[in-house]
Design a protein around this ligand. Sequence first.
Ligand SMILES: NC(=O)c1ccc[n+]([C@@H]2O[C@H](COP(=O)([O-])OP(=O)(O)OC[C@H]3O[C@@H](n4cnc5c(N)ncnc54)[C@H](OP(=O)(O)O)[C@@H]3O)[C@@H](O)[C@H]2O)c1
Length: 281
Amino acid sequence: MRVLVTGARGMLGRAVVAAAPAGAIVVGVDRDEAELSNAAAVAELFAREGSVGAVIHCAGYTAVDAAESDEAGAWRDNVDAMREVAAACARTNAAFLGVSTDYVFDGLADRPYRENDTKSPASVYGRSKLAGERAARTVHPKGTRIVRTAWLYGPHGGHFPQTILRLARERTELKVVADQRGSPTSTLELAPVLWELLDAPPDVYHAAGDGDATWFDVAQATLELAGVADVGVMRCTTAEFPRPAPRPPYAVLDCAKLEATIGSRLRPWRVALADYLENHE
Ligand SMILES: NC(=O)c1ccc[n+]([C@@H]2O[C@H](COP(=O)([O-])OP(=O)(O)OC[C@H]3O[C@@H](n4cnc5c(N)ncnc54)[C@H](OP(=O)(O)O)[C@@H]3O)[C@@H](O)[C@H]2O)c1
């Protein structure tokens, strides 16, 4: 089966291309190949590629803070592109899997978020991702899978554990936010799950590293697992590091539906982080 992977030069897209199962003919697509918010460009892409069986849509506007002052850009990449690619899949009877985020929730819950919990995004990024989910499900109701994930890191992108390791080479003490809790997720763990979910019923799924942590926990674990002993990590609050976009304080995703659907969940976040650090940093 021919499968298009969008956002193929991004952090997740590259891991998804690399995790393609035997038998899949993978075509990686990024903005150079097609501006996916443009209906004509998407139609041309599908015509050029011939029989597309499925799309794993990893393209998106991921600069959470920049989105606050670039609503048009966030909407173009997270809503228009998602809708146009899903619509092309509907026209050609192809499966569509769109990647979304924990930021669709406000983060005020006191238990992990289930797929159908109330959405109340607090940022432009979160609102655009939610609108993208809804647009895809509207234009391709029988073929859309939405997979929400969180706190991604992996071999192909700039991310938090990498930043911590860099700062640890420059400083003797780091201050890290300890009042945001989420589900750190390795792209190496998520990518094969996305391939599996192509065969799952069209629905919304949560797929994130098992367990939860604060950024402080992830920083400490990163340094410990990487064998960095001479750098102190201090707790601080979100208020001490004001950012343009509000972050959900509690963004833990309940992945029970994923487990019921594919028979497994992602490994505990610390195990996956250790694996990543050992093999890719
Ligand atoms: N990173 C995280 O922590 C995180 C957490 C939860 C969910 N997610 C979601 O996971 C997905 C992948 O994230 P990521 O971190 O791998 O993203 P990324 O590294 O920023 O890569 C996204 C790629 O998509 C491309 N793209 C964006 N809009 C496009 C358009 N209109 N047409 C064609 N290509 C376009 C980008 O091209 P340009 O470089 O030209 O913009 C970029 O190469 C996104 O949907 C994101 O919302 C990410």
